[in-house]
Design a protein around this ligand. Structure first.
Ligand code: DLL
Length: 445
């Protein structure tokens, strides 16, 4: 099938009227939902954090009357979820919570997200609308190659594709040969996975006798990690598919917070569910549309954990003006970086502090380490260089292999990732005069 044929217009599928709601109506809806969300967070959080913060700021839920009043509300952060782990920010009783997902925190403990039945419907609806925007319909065969489990990628894409009425193939991530076989034999027309994993699948496919250009695959929905226009071009040129960017985060709902339409000119954010602001990450001042800063999101329809002014740490801008596709929901620019030190390795969020605590669980090591990130065959590789403690050798002969294994296990148990461990002599890792340079990222995205 030629790439021209693959790009044929898909059959029409009705999306939500919300995607085309005129501005004034959208704002009316947003303010009504915002008031409800703030009230729920204020009165409902088990930990009482939002109430405490709002009381300290001298603002009550009833003070929120216009959208601009949102600026009077305190921010929330990943640290709040960590400090109230696991259920402190839940606003609904356990019996109303029907699903849990989780993502990395800055320490060994994850942050926990909970969903009511209604929250799952909101999520599936965002994904469904996003998939329609990507040209998919109930006639598509959607291979979901994001990981299934606590990570939101797999089940998020799965439930969205089911809501669309498509044929869903839940391959989950990994086992590349099987991915290629299924893609070819079952005639997948769309695939959802991280962009780097798809690039790897595409690189490997010829080894398994498959030319992706000759399959029915025409759309890829790629996200969970930053990726460049260069990688997009590479994927599109080598496979003939259209590669779409999708954004989301566990704390807000998972994938589907924002997604590109076929114009590929920014990601539409589903504003009836997620209210975006852009702030200066240092001064916390709200920036006008078009200016780059940190994305802050308030959930407008989430029940289990309404998130008020959540600081995502993702750097982007709201794109002024309407998209040529006609949707009125605003767009954000593709996200290339974060304002914190979180790394995304094979789609998994990892903080250097997690690696540090993994290293320090092993005796005989110093707290000096370096993380070197590279990409081999389109897949991220992590090398962790650790230093022996000053008198670790003493008169004992240390079993280097044993230490490497223990560090590897320790890192795996915290992050779920395999790292190559290199032991360095005491004091051999360069010291810094300011902030330690812990991460050397040699990947080009
Ligand atoms: O990565 C949810 C997701 C799954 C999104 C599948 C898209 C597709 P977390 O594991 O909580 O959730 O990681 C969220 O990943 O704050 C961003 O820093 C980064 N991220 C997600 N999507 C993109 C993207 C999922 N398209 C964190 N571009 C976010 C750049 C992304 N970064």
């Amino acid at each position: 099938m030629s790439s021209q044929e693959k790009r044929r217009d898909p059959p029409f599928q009705a999306t939500s009227a919300m995607d085309f709601l005129p501005g004034p109506q959208m704002r009316e809806l947003q303010i009504a939902r915002l008031r409800k969300a703030v009230d729920a967070a204020y009165h409902g959080q088990r930990c009482g954090l939002m109430k405490q913060r709002m009381d300290a700021a001298g603002v009550k839920p009833d003070d929120v009357r216009t959208l601009d009043d949102i600026r009077r509300l305190p921010f929330s952060t990943k640290a709040d979820l960590r400090d109230t782990y696991p259920y402190g920010m839940f606003c609904r009783p356990d019996e109303e919570v029907v699903r849990i997902h989780a993502s990395s925190g800055t320490t060994g403990k994850p942050i926990v997200a909970g969903y009511t039945r209604n929250d799952l419907d909101v999520w599936a609806d965002s994904m469904r609308r996003g998939m329609i925007g990507c040209g998919l319909s109930h006639r598509d065969i959607i291979q979901v190659s994001y990981g299934y489990g606590l990570f939101t990628g797999g089940l998020g894409a799965h439930c969205g594709a089911e809501a669309l009425g498509a044929m869903v193939i839940p391959t989950s991530a990994g086992n590349t040969e099987r991915q290629v076989m299924i893609l070819h034999d079952l005639g997948s027309t769309a695939i959802c996975c991280t962009p780097s994993y798809f690039a790897h699948i595409a690189e490997k496919a010829p080894e398994f006798g498959v030319d992706i250009r000759k399959t029915r695959l025409r759309i890829g929905i790629f996200g969970a990690e930053p990726w460049s226009d260069g990688l997009r071009r590479h994927i599109e040129e080598t496979t003939g598919i259209q590669a779409q960017d999708i954004y989301g985060l566990t704390e807000i709902i998972g994938p589907g917070v924002a997604i590109e339409c076929l114009r590929q000119d920014g990601l539409h954010i589903f504003e009836d569910y997620f209210y975006p602001e852009i702030i200066d990450p240092d001064t916390e001042e709200v920036l006008p549309d078009g200016e780059e800063g940190e994305l802050v999101i308030t959930t407008l329809a989430k029940e289990a954990i309404p998130m008020i002014r959540y600081r995502t740490r993702d750097i982007t801008a709201i794109i002024p003006g309407r998209c040529a596709c006609g949707r009125t929901v605003r767009r954000i620019r593709r996200i290339g970086r974060r304002s914190d030190d979180m790394m995304i390795i094979r789609g998994v969020n990892v903080f250097p502090s997690q690696i540090e605590s993994a290293i320090l669980r092993v005796k005989g090591l110093s707290p000096n380490y370096q993380i070197v990130l590279t990409r081999e065959h389109e897949l991220d590789q992590m090398e962790v260089r650790v230093e022996l403690a000053e008198n670790a050798l003493g008169d004992r002969i240390l079993d280097i292999e044993e230490i490497q294994k223990s560090v590897g296990h320790s890192i795996f148990s915290i992050t779920g990732l395999h790292a190559r461990i290199t032991l360095a002599e005491s004091k051999s890792i360069a010291r810094s005069e300011g902030k330690a340079k812990r991460v050397i990222d040699k990947r080009t995205i």
